[in-house]
Design a protein around this ligand. Structure first.
Ligand code: DON
Length: 251
């Protein structure tokens, strides 16, 4: 109980204040996952230390967002925009109201050294003046008979092209409706690490089959938050991914 109190007070010092003035992450602080995480380093047979015990880490989400739009003239727009990591470079442009990104992480700092999303590269993606870093962002418009058919994109770092690819294949090759194409479990491989990452609700039988033929399969959190619009003549179906707080609206 002493060790629980130690950690609770470390969190109080870091996160708590009048909620009319500051955002207190109450939901996370009382969640089973967070509390289990907090007690992970608890050793029943030795006293903890307040120097070693810091406040818990409450993860801010990465800062990329996607929007898919279609208007009644048939124009379509797919936009993905990114700050890259949490709060980008954490620098607000005074008076302008936006935060600077930390996109430099999308360059390869050294051949073979992974960036924040585990992506590796070589000199071709090395930092140089006036050069643009590689991006995984994949805002996509699929045309059918030269007219927009699917408008799609997502955040998710290196899982972005995966989510877009699988969503499109789900519709075009597997004949899924738009909702299933977005929401059914996804899986991801990015060369390195040599693992297939699957979402928690990925089919257990398929996972076992993959393992039996030699794949390393690792369960992870959500893959993407895909926004899909499907246009079939006058019918427009818009899906906001259930993985996030996404929404679809029509006027
Ligand atoms: O351009 C890229 O590939 C990265 N900056 C995207 C980062 C991202 O999607 C983070 N959000 N989930």
């Amino acid at each position: 109980m002493t060790e629980v109190e130690r950690r609770a007070f470390a969190d109080r010092a870091e996160f708590l204040g009048d909620p009319d003035f500051v955002k207190v992450p109450v939901k996370t602080l009382v969640s089973d996952n967070y509390l289990a995480q907090r007690m992970k380093d608890y050793l029943p047979n030795s006293a903890g230390s307040s120097t070693a015990t810091k406040a818990g880490i409450i993860k801010e989400s990465e800062e990329t967002t996607h929007i898919s739009i279609v208007d009644n003239e048939g124009n379509a727009v797919a936009v993905t925009t990114t700050l890259n990591g949490s709060y980008g470079s954490r620098t607000v442009v005074a008076g302008a109201g936006f935060i600077l990104n930390n996109e430099m992480d999308d360059f390869s700092v050294k051949p073979g050294v992974p960036n924040m999303y585990g992506a590796v590269g070589n000199e071709k993606n090395a930092i140089a003046p006036h050069k643009r870093m590689l991006s995984s962002m994949t805002p996509t418009i699929v045309l059918k008979n030269n007219k927009p058919y699917l408008v799609v994109g997502t955040p998710g770092g290196t899982t972005i092209p995966t989510s877009v690819f699988q969503t499109i294949v789900n519709v075009i090759e597997f004949g899924m409706n738009a909702e299933d194409a977005v929401n059914k479990p996804k899986f991801h491989h990015q060369w390195l690490p040599d693992e297939v990452f699957v979402e928690r609700n990925f089919d257990a039988k398929v996972k076992a089959q993959l393992e039996s033929i030699g794949y390393k399969v690792t369960t992870r959190g959500a893959i993407g938050r895909t926004e899909l619009i499907q246009i079939s003549g006058k019918k427009i179906v818009a899906i906001g991914d259930k993985r996030g707080d996404d929404a679809a609206e029509g006027w």
